[in-house]
Design a protein around this ligand. Structure first.
Ligand code: GLU
Length: 281
């Protein structure tokens, strides 16, 4: 039985790209009588607007999807803290006080997600009294797990290459977890067997696979679907003028018909599906 999930962050309204992602995940689960989960990823500090979660539920219902909602991330903070502590105890995390600007100024390489963290704080031993984030010692973690692999149902078997993203942050300075830590723990806790999400998160999966190895979690399969692109060739986003699902719903559009159009790759004028695998959109 396939278990998929849709894991939106309530930082802004859902748009067509989210609808496409939710429909792909929903249909993959329903195809074999499985379960489609909704998980609200609401730990983005002041950017999180809890009232948007209700809008999301209305949007999914309007699209004709059926889901089971699992606990939002804000209800799981204790679990994240425990897991981070376990990694600290194993010497796999180190403290880092670099800002984005510090990283941009000191980076000598660019990774798939921007300036590559150059390991500035790795040897710094920043005292725990000072506010700082925690980063994963990727080389140390890989030394424990040995080589790892993962499978994408669209793109085949992949050697895990977490080095591509460098020593990612696992605990943010202002929050008890980062996306990588929270999403990996949650997918395991929720029994997700097929992690379905946009191809822009393809590289994040290398890190998630490493975390699964380190924590001894079950390893799901992944399905990184192509992204919907606007006529500027970039990933759809509200700020670039595509109407949100709520705008369409409130304007009286038929959500189920829209969902069927997306299933058949009948996209509104100017919208196309990304031809490439990851990242750059
Ligand atoms: N909360 C993430 C987002 O909205 C979802 C990430 C994922 O599907 O793993 O982009």
């Amino acid at each position: 039985m396939t278990v998929t999930r849709f894991a939106p962050s309530p930082n802004g309204p859902l748009h067509l790209g989210h609808a496409f992602s939710a429909i792909v995940a929903h249909d993959l689960a329903k195809a074999d009588g499985g379960r489609f989960l909704l998980r609200i990823e609401d730990i983005d500090g002041p950017r999180s607007r809890p009232e948007l979660a209700d809008e999301f539920r209305r949007d999914l219902e309007w699209l004709g999807l059926e889901w089971t909602e699992v606990a939002p991330q804000s209800a799981r903070l204790g679990r994240y803290a425990e897991a981070a502590q376990a990694l600290q105890d194993r010497g796999l995390l180190y403290r880092c006080r670099c800002t984005r600007a510090d990283i941009a100024a000191n980076a000598t390489e660019t990774g798939p997600d921007g300036p590559f963290y150059p390991g500035t704080c790795k040897a710094a031993a920043i005292p725990e009294t000072e506010p700082a984030a925690w980063r994963l010692d990727v080389a140390g973690a890989l030394a424990e797990t040995g080589p790892l692999e993962w499978t994408d149902t669209l793109h085949g078997d992949q050697p895990a290459r977490p080095q591509l993203l460098g020593d990612v942050m696992l605990v943010r300075k202002d929050l008890p977890a980062s996306y990588h830590l929270a999403a990996t723990l949650d997918d395991a806790a929720d029994g997700v067997t097929l992690v379905t999400r946009g191809a822009d998160l393809f590289n994040a999966t290398h890190v998630h696979r490493l975390l699964q190895g380190v924590f001894g979690l079950p390893v799901p399969r992944w399905h990184h679907h192509p992204l919907l692109l606007g006529d500027d060739g970039r990933k759809l986003a509200k700020r670039r003028g595509s109407p949100s699902l709520a705008d369409r719903r409130l304007a009286g559009e038929d959500g189920r018909a829209l969902a069927d159009d997306l299933r058949q790759a009948r996209f509104p004028a100017g919208i196309t599906l990304s031809p490439f695998l990851s990242g750059e959109a």
